[in-house]
Design a protein around this ligand. Structure first.
Ligand SMILES: NC(=O)c1ccc[n+]([C@@H]2O[C@H](COP(=O)([O-])OP(=O)(O)OC[C@H]3O[C@@H](n4cnc5c(N)ncnc54)[C@H](O)[C@@H]3O)[C@@H](O)[C@H]2O)c1
Length: 421
């Protein structure tokens, strides 16, 4: 471990590799780069201190340098014990950013890092999963006084924050970045879809074609994953608890059934629900020899690993991020990435192109809070429709794509209730 006044990272000597990785990400994030260029002039975050708790990846490094360019100070931790890219963390530390994160943390390490980022008394918090903000509202509430607002990156975090707001416990306004159309309908669908397959392939190297691939949850992430698995020739089965996405999955051409029925059929399982105990012991009891189980939801509670352990007579790591459990009846079950989000633990997370929009939303939300937090309630806010439209327009422009505009006659037509047959 390398420690300095403002950083704790695995190995500072990895910084050159991290620099290359960040260069690559930056070259694929034109929207965020344009915001950075403008922020260098306008300094919309001057005087702000931003504590971030979000996967330390190459794309996050581009977000961090954008926040700094806007005039803020930064202190950062990862939001998952297995997702930090150590070379990127090393590069951030060498560049003078305060970062406390390394790959392969214990739960104690994880909270130690979060607490380190609070020491510089942040004015804004940026979360992915709400662990930082919950800390500021609980065990570390002495740091709440300086914070004027926060942002949240993912579905599970937004659920937690809406519950806090409903209970009247939220102490400052938070913007639900996840719920922006330019985030939820892109990052969660196309980003998670592709990178989850990437994580499963890196940790198993199996052929997807011809496999029965069970996806639990047909929300944004599950739909993206099902689409990609289907595209690679898998027979996809969906499990759901909500009739609407269940029906959508049927109409999209997938088999839909209960996990109890899917358990004996699947070759590969991946949970994408944000819910606990989606795969439990009784499902494992009925799985095929050789079944692969994984999760791409935010927390590692979607697969009940305790009940897997209870059934195992031995366990060995057969490949990186792939543990072989031999059950008492002789069957072998393979658990990827300790049940943590497989796309970040076993691969690199979402491709930069899609994080370009998610992190542009993050950055613009921080700027809005710096300007408006004093007049906002202690509630969870959506991003504005204008921000979504502007970002979509800019993203299309960076792709060299122009679309039609309504003519004046079409605009009149769209509001003319007398126009019929
Ligand atoms: N891996 C990543 O990089 C990544 C990226 C974005 C979001 N996430 C996380 O993925 C999870 C899902 O996010 P989302 O945006 O798809 O949420 P979503 O709300 O769009 O979809 C979740 C779906 O799961 C279903 N579900 C809930 N409990 C279930 C159960 N027991 N069995 C089957 N289905 C069930 C819900 O009905 C819903 O349709 C969250 O934890 C989110 O934070 C992960």
């Amino acid at each position: 471990m390398d420690k300095g006044d403002a950083y704790t990272v695995a190995d500072l000597s990895l910084a050159d590799e991290g620099a290359l990785r960040v260069d690559w990400a930056r070259s694929r994030m034109p929207v965020l780069s344009a915001l950075k260029a403008q922020a260098e002039i306008d300094k919309p975050l001057a005087g702000m201190r931003v504590a971030g708790c979000l996967h330390v990846t190459k794309e996050t490094a581009v977000l961090i340098e954008t926040i700094k360019a806007a005039g803020a100070e930064i202190s950062w931790s990862g939001c998952n014990p297995l997702s930090t890219q150590d070379d990127v963390a090393a590069w951030l530390a060498r560049e003078g950013y305060s970062v406390h994160a390394w790959h392969g943390q214990s739960v104690e390490d994880f909270y130690w890092c979060i607490d380190k980022t609070l020491e510089f008394k942040p004015t804004l918090t940026l979360d992915d999963g709400a662990d930082l903000i919950v800390r500021v509202h609980g065990e570390k509430s002495e740091f709440a006084g300086t914070v004027i607002g926060g942002t949240e990156e993912t579905t599970t975090g937004v659920h937690r924050l809406r519950a806090m707001a409903a209970a009247g416990d939220l102490k400052y306004p938070v913007i639900a970045v996840n719920d922006a159309v330019t985030k939820w309908d892109f990052d969660n669908v196309y980003g998670t879809g592709q990178s989850t397959i990437d994580g499963i392939l890196r940790s198993t190297s199996v052929l997807i074609a011809g496999k029965t691939f069970v996806v639990a949850g047909y929300g944004h992430c599950g739909r993206g994953l099902a689409m990609r698995a289907n595209g690679m020739g898998a027979n996809v089965i969906i499990t759901e608890v909500d009739p609407l996405p269940g029906l959508r999955a049927v109409m999209d051409g997938f088999r839909v059934m209960k996990m109890d029925e899917a358990a004996p059929l699947g070759d590969i399982f991946c949970t994408a629900t944000g819910m606990k105990d989606v795969i439990v012991g009784r499902h494992i009891d009925n799985m095929k020899d050789g079944a692969i189980i994984s999760n791409t939801g935010h927390y590692d509670c979607e697969i009940n690993i305790g009940e897997l352990n209870d059934r195992a007579s031995s366990k060995r790591t057969i490949r990186p991020e792939n543990d072989e459990y031999t059950l008492e009846d002789g069957r072998k079950i393979y658990l990827l990435a300790d049940g943590r989000l497989v796309n970040l633990a076993a691969a690199e997370g979402h491709p930069s192109e899609v994080m370009d929009m998610s992190f542009a939303n993050q950055f613009l939300s921080l700027c809005r809070l710096a300007k408006e937090a004093h007049s906002m309630e202690n509630q969870v806010y959506d991003i504005t429709v204008d921000q979504d439209m502007d970002l979509a327009t800019t993203k299309l422009e960076t792709l060299g794509i122009t679309i039609d505009s309504l003519t004046d006659e079409q605009i009149s037509y769209s509001t003319d209730y007398t126009a019929g047959t």
